[in-house]
Ligand binder design. Structure first.
Ligand code: MG
Length: 454
């Protein structure tokens, strides 16, 4: 079997909805997945206009292959992951996460609620293209049921894992921007149940995302920043379209980088548990390692991808993990980026430490980052990476990490060169103890790519 994937990307299949991603496509693909699972499968979707269409198509395919289906309705991706881990044999989430409204996607989950592994994706593709999925006779047809309790259960379970009294006593004023995504069904209710004074923005579900783009980056969160300042709120929170990522705005209206949120929660988790294993990717800040060293933690770095981090956390019985984009993973809750637990935990930290979030962030290790990209034809990428690795391998000044792309570590920082999986470009990312050094390192990375690119 060839190991080149024909449909699946880093987490599921994501395409333009009803163009490539038609109901016919979704039904057949779901039947192929159902053929592999042969059990009870939960199905959920985000707030996109095309999600109900694709959910119905996926449900038809699953039934056709003999699976039973539990329709969870519209909810965050981690809500489906939570449900599957607890009750079901598999799960399907219809979402395009932070992408614009014309896109949608299909994510398949294994019995632990983690995105399915490569070998299962390849098996599904083989069934899809070269063989036929199982089609069961009428007397083996699966059944559909609904689970309307799962959102409450998911929220209440997260609340049970934090010090609710401490959060209530802090009387926090919180502004949350759900971006009209799936977080509308969880975040405002969670924050209210935690006894905070909550103001909502874009918390009406709407697949046109009329208030802002679903990606929670600084340029899309201007309104949230303004409202946090105007209301003198303690914190602002924002989610992406399927509410697995969480971004914080401090009480002064500053955008808090995902690395900082990750470090802040890492520190608390290690302190509370007297150490533990932290899993992240090779592209995350040195701050994660510094905090682990100080609080008796051990860091394992995987290739880039939340799925890989989640799987490693399970395999290593890890304490906590995440990425630099605001995707934090609490493995005793959900094996994937989870916004409900992240929000509960951040509010708990602010409440218990009795300090403004800007002060908590200022206590974290400080590093400076630099990012650049450069064009390179896909068929030259491997040669460029091999050549750079060869050049650096024989020096004593640098250390090399080939977990993902080429990562070069120096005494005062690191730089990583990674090929894009979807575009003919390389991304170069560096971090150091000064902005100048970080910029110099990305310049150096770009010059290395130019040297070996034809
Ligand atoms: Mg997402």
């Amino acid at each position: 079997m060839s190991n080149k994937k024909r449909l699946f990307g880093t987490f599921g299949v994501r395409r333009t909805a009803n163009d490539v991603l038609t109901p016919e496509f979704a039904t057949r693909l779901a039947a192929c997945y159902g053929t592999q699972i042969k059990g009870t499968v939960a199905v959920g979707g985000d707030t996109r206009t095309t999600s109900p269409m694709l959910m119905q198509a996926v449900i038809a395919g699953l039934l056709s292959s003999g699976c039973d289906v539990v329709d969870l309705g519209i909810l965050p991706t981690p809500g489906v992951q939570y449900a599957v881990r607890k009750y079901y044999d598999g799960g399907v989430m219809i979402t395009a996460s932070h992408n614009p409204p014309k896109y949608n996607g299909i994510k398949f989950l294994d019995e632990d609620g983690i995105g399915i592994p490569d070998d299962m994706e390849l098996a599904i593709e083989k069934l899809y293209f070269d063989e036929e999925p199982d089609r069961v006779p009428y007397y083996e047809m699966g059944e559909i049921s609904h689970n309307d309790q799962i959102i409450d259960e998911y929220i209440d379970d997260a609340i049970s894992k934090v010090d609710v009294e401490a959060i209530r006593d802090a009387n926090l004023k919180v502004v949350v921007d759900c971006g009209s995504g799936a977080g509308c069904y969880t975040a405002p209710y969670l924050i209210r149940k935690l006894g905070c004074d909550v103001t909502t923005l874009n918390s009406q579900a709407d697949g046109f995302f009329p208030g802002r783009d679903p990606e929670p980056i600084e340029e899309n969160l201007g309104e949230l920043i303004t409202v946090v300042k105007e209301l003198n709120a303690d914190i602002g929170l924002a989610h992406d379209g399927d509410a697995d990522r969480t971004i914080c705005i401090d009480e002064k209206g500053n955008f808090v980088l995902g690395d900082k949120t990750f470090s802040l929660v890492e520190k608390q988790m290690l302190k509370e548990n007297n150490g533990g294993t932290i899993v992240t990717t090779v592209a995350t800040s040195q701050a994660i390692y510094d905090i682990a060293e100080e609080y008796n933690g051990k860091v394992i770095a995987t290739a880039v991808g939340d799925l890989l981090v989640a799987r490693k956390l399970k395999d290593e019985n890890g304490l906590f993990g995440g990425e630099e984009n605001g995707g934090l993973i609490f493995p005793d809750f959900v094996y994937g980026r989870d916004a409900v637990m992240t929000v509960a935990k951040i509010l708990e930290i602010v409440a218990k430490e009795k300090k403004p979030i800007s002060e908590l962030v200022s206590e974290l290790p400080v590093y400076y980052a630099s990012k650049m990209k450069i064009e390179c034809p896909d068929d030259e990428k491997e040669f460029v990476m091999d050549s750079i690795a060869d050049e650096v391998k024989n020096t004593t000044e640098y250390k090399l990490d080939l977990t993902d792309g080429v990562k070069i570590l120096k005494d005062d920082g690191w730089m990583i060169i990674r090929p894009s999986g979807t575009e003919p470009i390389f991304r170069c990312f560096a971090e150091s103890d000064s902005q100048m050094k970080a910029d110099e390192m990305t310049d150096w990375g770009i010059s290395l790519i130019k040297k070996y690119r034809k």
